[in-house]
Write a protein that binds this ligand. Structure first.
Ligand code: NCD
Length: 355
């Protein structure tokens, strides 16, 4: 059985296969309308969502399957003190597949160990969001025809922006992608990504704080919202609010074929005067997300007999130092660790480095 916890759970060939199926779904939607007849998807959303949850639900409906779930943890047995492991185990016995969003880093991996059916990470805290990456990858692929020789700028909250973390992990596997990281000092990309997968892949990057100076070189500009809900206090957020705003005037500095992506929801980072620009792809990204989720559900349900890759995690008698990590939340969790290729010890749930 396979899960999608992290985008690297898919090989680049599998990712390409999912994009090919998604393109076929766009061309021949009727061919897919009965493919999940008799199957049930559970959407377990412990954190607010509009697009991701409804896009999973629409994806399963368009495949002819059924959907159950909750969109507010306040309506689940979590309020009675049920552990995430038990919730996953119970719901896994009702359904064929689960999509879960949770505010704790590493929660998806933890739940997947108990669910007994394929589990899709629909966002775990500030850690990662691999199905958003599926939407992002298809949007880039359809606009650019591939991932060679692209300069991709990421602008905004690179610290907590989990869609950024997952998209970087996907792009790092294509040689030839250069990255420009545009953020204030306080919201820089976590080191574990820079020194981990980007270093391993030899992915060139630079860190800057001016969008205007960076924009002329970019083929793809990925804007993000400052993740207010992950700040410990509102003053820290207020200092950074409105730091970046993409406007039609700034788009005049960009290449004619530079595409603009945003995971949505937007707050003030993209002015509505950018929306009519044909280079603005953030609403197309939403529809690409639905077809990629359809293709992913089909992929996972057709790999039920696969052996999951053995991640070789170890119990070292240590604790994860990341207070947002699920491993510090539930009493039943055994803290597990793994070694990265460059020899660093990281938490198996949230990937925070053990210092
Ligand atoms: C993103 C998320 O939830 O991380 N949104 C989404 O999935 N559509 C980005 C965000 O909330 O800013």
């Amino acid at each position: 059985m396979r899960n999608l916890i992290d985008i690297t759970d898919l090989t680049t060939d599998e990712l390409q296969g999912i994009m090919d199926v998604a393109c076929d779904i766009i061309a021949h939607p009727d061919d897919y309308s009965e493919r999940c007849r008799g199957k049930i998807l559970a959407t377990l959303f412990f954190e607010p969502s509009t697009r991701t949850r409804l896009s999973f639900e629409a994806a399963m409906c368009d495949l002819g399957g059924k959907v159950i779930g909750f969109s507010d943890a306040g309506n689940s047995s979590t309020v009675k003190g049920e552990s995430l492991a038990d919730t996953a185990r119970v719901i896994g016995s009702y359904v064929s597949i689960i999509a879960m969003r949770h505010p704790k880093d590493g929660a998806a991996y933890h739940a997947s160990r108990y669910a007994g059916v394929p589990l899709i990470n629909a966002g775990d805290g500030g850690h990662c969001h691999p199905t958003h990456t599926l939407a992002d990858m298809l949007t880039i692929y359809r606009a650019k025809g591939g991932f060679d020789k692209l300069t991709v700028g990421f602008c905004g909250d690179l610290k907590y922006g989990r869609t950024v973390h997952s998209l970087l992990a996907a792009l790092a596997r294509y040689g030839g992608v250069k990255v420009v990281l545009i953020s204030p000092e306080q919201l820089k990309l976590p080191d574990y990504i820079k020194t981990g997968l980007m270093a391993e892949a030899g992915m060139p990057y630079k860190e800057v704080d001016s969008l205007e100076n960076a924009i002329p070189d970019l083929d793809v500009l990925y804007m993000t919202r400052i993740q207010r809900e992950r700040f410990l206090n509102d003053t820290a957020y207020a200092d950074l609010e409105d730091k970046y705003m993409l406007t039609a005037a700034k788009m005049a500095l960009a290449k004619d074929d530079c595409i603009v992506l945003h995971p949505l929801p937007r707050v003030t980072e993209i002015d509505v005067d950018v929306d009519p620009d044909p280079r603005a792809k953030y609403f197309e990204q939403v529809s690409n997300g639905k077809v990629m989720r359809m293709a992913l559900i089909l992929f996972l349900l057709s790999h039920l007999n696969d052996d999951a890759p053995d991640p070789s995690f170890e119990d070292r008698g240590l604790f994860c130092g990341n207070h947002r990590c699920v491993a510090n939340e539930e009493r039943s969790i055994v803290p597990l660790f793994k070694k990265t290729r460059d020899g660093k010890l990281v938490c198996a749930y949230c990937e925070a480095e053990v210092k």
